[in-house]
Every structure is written in structure tokens, then in C-alpha cells.
Design a protein around this ligand. Structure first.
Ligand code: AMP
Ligand code: GLY
Length: 422
């Protein structure tokens, strides 16, 4: 079959890499892709948010299935667009309908969903400019630090954690006054949960679900989890503290009620669900839902996934996921993200990348690269260097060695990935 994958980051390179080894795959197209995905299929110069452009690409290339990497096209309704267009309705889309994508697209929707289905999460109140007084009173019932979340998508920047209540009141006013544009017309105020975070992934056909390997990512730019938030500086899978007892709680209290809740709410959901969880005194709570795979988590999850991902996607499309049993590599996978100097602030692009041909013992997933007389940087996050090992340290050693040897001007990577798991 011919598959069109939407997106251009390390997540998409890892998905493409996994799909490429499937005997069920004929032609792979990636829109727009990067210099890494170009080695596995045909990159198309199409913006995933330009649905008519995606339609033209799908019809021209006889596409049999679309796999959606990032959240924005899902929240904007690409699955519904395909379903409602007579020329496209026979092409399954792996990714939820716009209603399902509200789990990520609206924090208030996600919170209401969790309340309704009794899924453990932090206490909250959703407020608008009209109810700001209630919001301030709610803040007074909480202990510091205070968590304020823009309701809508804000490119990963819409969550503020504030120590001081006066500052929290101020920020609340600024958010409701348009700090994040329309995304913060509604603000979710949340109780702060103290614990250790991890990411759990499932793929669902709306009835059954398959749990994928869990992972932990490292979001801050600086070592020891300091400095600004980034898209993610590295990841590890499996997560040692996600033991059997904990994962049983996750499945029983969170995964099953989520999939059953979507079904009982009449929400069509075929795709990935990413549970951003926190473990508090041994119990799991949901920090957030995402309706896609994580990045850089995919760069450690896919290398540990031993089943045929295209077969899984076919089963998702036909509602037969329950018939499959997944297989996982029990080794540890790590990924180390190489980024452009200055990221997540201002950084330069267009730097030549050298040394990719000499990588040994790691898989390099491209995150922000393009081809132009060789491979050049085109983003803040540039390359994810993934390795497998019998231990985390063994895997890290390989990734760090290769990250040292790959060169581009002003490269930076964290050297303490997994530091809190040792
Ligand atoms: P997000 O941008 O939605 O991934 O949230 C950013 C980060 O904020 C999360 O990864 C958590 O570290 C933190 N966070 C969000 N909500 C809470 C909460 N209720 N308690 C503690 N930390 C939180
Ligand atoms: N690594 C976190 C995310 O993909 O949102």
C-alpha cells in the first residue's frame, strides 16, 4: 500500500523508519518531511495544514492511508475533511476526528472529559474574562506553586507555573487579556501535582487499544532540568519507575476509562493517544492528553517496537486492533537531541552537518534538517541520536559518542539524559 505521512520532525522520521521495514508498504510519501525522511520515501512540498494540498497529493500518488504526525492538522479537522470528501472518504486517516483531537486542542475539554469519566487528574477551574473573580478566589484555595494553562494550542508555551500568588493573579489577567491570543480566552487554573513524569502511549481503533512502550522525556534546555522549556532534549524507554504495579493502575484508572469514555461520548477516535502522566505517591494522574505521538519519545518508542507498524495501522483503520499482540525489544532505548546553539531562543539555520556517514551503533533521526549541497540545519532541534543497549548507560555511551562526532556550528546537547533514573 501507499502511505502519506504528514509532518517534518524527528517523530515523523522515526515513524517513516519503522513503516519502511514493513512488507505491506509499497510507496511512502512524507509531507513535507526532512533530509532524513528523503532517504526512506518521497518528500512532498505540501503543508499538512493545507488540506486541499494534501488532497491533491493523496489523489495524485494513489495514497491508501494517511498517517498524521503533528496535532495541528488533527485539531483543524483533517480526519473529518477526508471522511466528508467523496473522493477521499475511502482513504483511512490514522489520527482522531476534530472532536477527539479536542483532548489536546482544549485543556478545558480534556478536564471535563476526565471529570466525567472519573480519570485521576489535578483539581481545576476553567475561567474566562467574565469569571476572573471566581478564578482569583480559586487561586486562593490552592497552595503554591500555581498552574495556569491556556485552553487552546499555544505551541507548547501555554503552561505557566508560578510561585507567587500576586504574580499568578497578574498572569491570569494577562492571559485572559490575550497573552496567547485566542488560545487563552479560557484559562484552566490547576492544583500543582508534585511527582515524577512519564509519557504513556496507546494506539486505538476506537474499541480496543494497544499499549506501546512508555518513555520519559527531558524538556528543559539545561542539565539537571534547568532553564527554558524546549520541544524535548532527549528521552529514555523503558522507564524504570513504571513497574508492573504502576502500569496496571495506569491501564485500569486511565487508559481503559479514556478509550471507553471516548466511545460512550460518541467520539470517533482512530489513532494515537499520548498520556502525559505524573506519578504521585505511587499513583498515576493525567497532566495532559496529546492526540499524537511524542517527540522525542517516538525516537525511542519505535526502535523498541518489534511488530509491523503498518499492520497495526491497517488494524486500526479496520477496527480489528484487538486481534494483534505487540512485541517489544526489552533493551533500553535512549535518544539525545542535538540542537542549534541559542535554541529555544534565537538560533541560526543553514549550518552544514558533517559526520552523518560515520555514525556507528546509533540511529540518527532527523528533526530539523534539509538537503542543499549536503545536509544542513533547518530548525532548533536538529538530530535525535538514538541507541539501544542492555543498560541505559550502555545506550547513552553510544549516543554521546556519535553526538560528539557529528559536527555543525554551535551544536549543543544535554549530557545528562536519564540522570534522574539512575
Ligand atoms: P505542557 O506544556 O502541557 O506539556 O505542560 C508543561 C509542563 O508543566 C508539564 O510537563 C508539567 O511538568 C507541568 N505541569 C502541567 N500541569 C501540572 C500540574 N498540575 N502539576 C504539576 N506540574 C504540571
Ligand atoms: N515530548 C513531549 C511532546 O511531544 O509533547
Amino acid at each position: 500500500m501507499n502511505i502519506l505521512l504528514l509532518g517534518s520532525g524527528g517523530r515523523e522520521h522515526a515513524l517513516a523508519w519503522k513503516m519502511r521495514v514493513s512488507p505491506l508498504l509499497d510507496n511512502l510519501f512524507i509531507a513535507p518531511g526532512n533530509a532524513g525522511t528523503a532517504l526512506l520515501g518521497n518528500n512532498l512540498d505540501v503543508d499538512p495544514e493545507d488540506f486541499n494540498g494534501v488532497k491533491r497529493a493523496a489523489l495524485k500518488n494513489n495514497i491508501d492511508m494517511v498517517v498524521v504526525g503533528p496535532e495541528v492538522p488533527l485539531v483543524k479537522g483533517i480526519s473529518d475533511f477526508f471522511l466528508n470528501d467523496p473522493e477521499l472518504s475511502a482513504i483511512p486517516v490514522i489520527g482522531p476526528s476534530a472532536r477527539g483531537a479536542q483532548l489536546e486542542g482544549s485543556k478545558e475539554f480534556a478536564k471535563q472529559f476526565m471529570m466525567q469519566h472519573k480519570i485521576p487528574t489535578a483539581r481545576y477551574l476553567a475561567v474566562t474574562a467574565d469569571t476572573i473573580d471566581e478564578g482569583e478566589r480559586f487561586l486562593e484555595t490552592l497552595k503554591a506553586p500555581y498552574v495556569l494553562k491556556a485552553d487552546g494550542l499555544a505551541a507548547g508555551k501555554g503552561v505557566l507555573i508560578i510561585d507567587d500568588i500576586d504574580e499568578a493573579r497578574n498572569e491570569l489577567q494577562m492571559m485572559l487579556g490575550g497573552k496567547f491570543g485566542k488560545a487563552s480566552d479560557t484559562v484552566v487554573i490547576e492544583e500543582f501535582l508534585s511527582g515524577i513524569e512519564l509519557s504513556v502511549f496507546v494506539v486505538t481503533d476506537g474499541h480496543g487499544y494497544m499499549i506501546l512502550p512508555e518513555a520519559k522525556d527531558y524538556k528543559r534546555i539545561g542539565e539537571g532540568d534547568t532553564g527554558l522549556n524546549t520541544g524535548g532534549m532527549g528521552a529514555v524507554s523503558p522507564v524504570p519507575f513504571a513497574d508492573e504495579e504502576f502500569m496496571e493502575k495506569v491501564e485500569k484508572r486511565i487508559i481503559r476509562p479514556t478509550v471507553e469514555g471516548l466511545k460512550s461520548d460518541g467520539i470517533d477516535y482512530k489513532g494515537f493517544i499520548f498520556f502525559g502522566l505524573i506519578k504521585v505517591d505511587g499513583d498515576p494522574f493525567v497532566i495532559e492528553y496529546n492526540v499524537r505521538m511524542g517527540d522525542p519519545e517516538t525516537e525511542v518508542v519505535m526502535p523498541r517496537f518489534q511488530s509491523d507498524i503498518v499492520e497495526v495501522f491497517k488494524a486500526v483503520a479496520s477496527g480489528r486492533l484487538k486481534e494483534l499482540t505487540p512485541r517489544f525489544d526489552t533493551r533500553t532505548a535512549v535518544t539525545v537531541m542535538m540542537v542549534s546553539g541559542g535554541y529555544p531562543g534565537k538560533y541560526e539555520k543553514g549550518k552544514n552537518i558533517l559526520g552523518l556517514d560515520h555514525v556507528e551503533g546509533s540511529i540518527v533521526f532527523h528533526a530539523g534538517t534539509t538537503s542543499s549541497n549536503g545536509v544542513i540545519t533547518s530548525g532548533g532541534r536538529v538530530l535525535a541520536v538514538t541507541s539501544l543497549g542492555d543498560s541505559m548507560d550502555e545506550a547513552l555511551k553510544k549516543s554521546y559518542e556519535n553526538a560528539e562526532n557529528i559536527q555543525f556550528e554551535n551544536k549543543y546537547f544535554r549530557k545528562d539524559i536519564g540522570f534522574d533514573l539512575k
